[in-house]
Design a protein around this ligand. Structure first.
Ligand SMILES: [Zn+2]
Length: 141
């Protein structure tokens, strides 16, 4: 997840995986940008390629943690397919972006699911410990 204030030229980038989302990495990133002069009414955000609800199966304690973290939105973030559940981490990050003041029109989302697109991405969820790293970079011009 990349979050920035174009006016102040401050950028934050964070890995918003399941643990980061549960630990409020979006709010922490927003706080850091504000420490450098950024203002949330100018924030824009991008969610990069990541595992999506089509592939991210979830169950047990982890599912319960997400239902407790987003009690008013569990049907939005947990999808059910034939009795199996999947997690929509993008929806979680979008909810957390809204909480820090980033409206939907200031959020862009890359369309790729890293688990579906095996020809293009490695995926820890799909490949286990044989995976390689996906690196994002961002800069100011
Ligand atoms: Zn997928």
């Amino acid at each position: 997840m990349i979050l920035w204030d174009e006016y102040e030229q401050v950028i934050g980038i964070a890995h918003a995986g399941w643990q980061g989302v549960l630990d409020d990495i979006v709010a922490e990133t927003a706080d850091m940008i504000e420490e450098y002069g950024g203002r949330n009414y100018r924030f824009k955000a991008h969610i990069g390629p990541s595992i999506r609800a089509c592939c991210y199966d979830i169950f047990g304690d982890r599912q319960r943690l997400f239902e407790e973290k987003f009690p008013a939105h569990s049907s939005e973030i947990i999808h059910e397919h034939d009795g199996e559940h999947t997690l929509d981490l993008v929806a979680c990050v979008r909810l957390q972006l809204r909480e820090v003041g980033v409206t939907d029109e200031r959020i862009t989302i890359h369309p790729d699911c890293t688990s579906c697109r095996a020809e293009k991405y490695d995926s820890y969820h799909r490949d286990g410990k044989t995976y390689t790293q996906l690196i994002s970079s961002v800069w100011i011009e």
